[in-house]
Design a protein around this ligand. Structure first.
Ligand code: SF4
Length: 365
């Protein structure tokens, strides 16, 4: 099967946040970044042989905007040289306000980047310190204006909530400030304190009740501004959903390049080593395939992250399976627990099913 989306993992950051569980390097030299781009070129050229016209390209990380203008230019040129992009291709780059400027924005826009996703996390200096987030989002408004001047009109702002010490009022203030900037998409991730991160053992998250109140505040504040929750953590204005992520949740194929990147070809996943040196030295990706019915069940489960759930006709088109024959009993049990509603047209998670998505996934796998 041909890949229809491309994900490029850019593993460089300026410093390491205390909660970060992504594969990224807090500092890097220009030699390391040159070696990365050289190896990436080989991977992109090889992967491009198995790609159709791309419906989405996503530069994630790490912090892609931490690359210099010349490095970003090389990366964007490589993508354009190796792949054919569909005319309406969504091309997103993740950025941090402190490492982006108008020169980079103008270059990205000229190459076809049409969506920017900013890591804000919180506007509160105190909460930013709690999660060890460097820099400041104070230039964000200016950067959005610059991007609009260069023709980029689609913006995501990423936030984290349920930060130790964060009050409901703090969270509401972050959301109101976000809305005032005029994004088209807002992601709200509950902080998970993962083992091995610097935050683990240092702080405890708020109670479940506070977590649910924060979930509801996001829906109220963003809903009043025209945003609709379309996935557990993601809100968008009408038509502004992130195509790349929707494809991933619905079992679409994607090629992942760079250290720690994962590819999915419809039959299985292949994960690149989460180690720069191993990846530079050509250590191959580790491939995991599931028997076809289990793969289809996994796609069924992932799709239940979306508020719209699945239409069975779409699920059959994507996987070739009839969901009710495949997992009818599990779907009925979930409906019995009020975690989703299900009929012969499709199924969708309830509010409870979104809040307890792990239970839905476990039942369906
Ligand atoms: S900027 Fe993102 S990827 Fe980089 S250290 Fe912070 S959380 Fe991790």
């Amino acid at each position: 099967m041909l890949y229809t989306s491309l994900y490029v993992h850019v593993p460089f950051c300026r410093g390491k946040c205390s909660y970060c569980a992504f594969y990224s390097l807090g500092e890097s030299s220009s030699d390391e970044r040159r070696a990365y781009l050289e190896r990436l070129e080989q991977e992109l050229r090889r992967g491009a042989r198995n790609c159709g016209p791309l419906r989405s390209v996503f530069f994630g990380g790490g912090t892609p905007s931490a690359l210099t203008v010349a490095e970003l230019s090389r990366l964007a040129e490589l993508v354009k040289d190796c792949f054919s992009l569909a005319p309406d291709c969504e091309w997103t780059m993740e950025a941090n306000p402190e490492s982006l400027d108008e020169e980079k924005i103008s270059l990205l826009a000229a190459h076809g980047v049409n969506r920017l996703s900013f890591g804000v996390q919180s506007f509160s200096p105190l909460l930013r310190r709690t999660i060890g987030r460097r820099g400041s989002p104070e230039r964000l408004g200016e950067l959005l204006k610059a991007a609009r001047r260069h023709g980029i009109r689609r913006f995501n702002l990423d936030f984290i909530y349920a930060i130790p010490g964060q009050t409901l009022a703090d969270w509401e203030a972050d959301l109101r400030q976000a809305v005032a900037l005029g994004p088209t998409h807002v992601s709200t991730y509950a902080l998970t304190i993962e083992e091995g991160t610097r935050l683990a053992g240092q702080a405890s998250p708020p109670s479940d009740d506070v977590f649910v109140d924060m979930w509801d505040i996001a829906e109220a504040v963003l809903g009043a501004a025209g945003f609709r929750r379309y996935e557990i953590s993601n809100f968008a204005l009408a038509g502004e959903e992130c195509r790349h992520n929707v494809e991933v949740w619905q079992g679409g194929t994607y090629l992942g390049c760079g250290p720690a990147a994962v590819s999915f070809d419809g039959a299985g996943r292949a994960a690149n080593p989460s180690n720069m040196e191993a990846w530079l030295n050509g250590v191959p990706s580790v491939r995991e395939t599931l028997p076809a019915p289990e793969q289809a069940a996994e796609i069924l489960a992932f799709g239940m992250r979306q508020v719209a759930g699945w239409r069975w006709s779409e699920f059959r088109r994507r996987t070739g399976y009839d969901a009710l024959q495949l997992r009818g009993a599990a779907l009925a049990r979930l409906a019995g627990r009020s975690l989703l509603t299900c009929d012969d047209q499709g199924a969708r998670p309830t509010r409870l099913g979104l809040l307890f998505n792990d239970d839905v996934v476990m039942e369906l796998l």
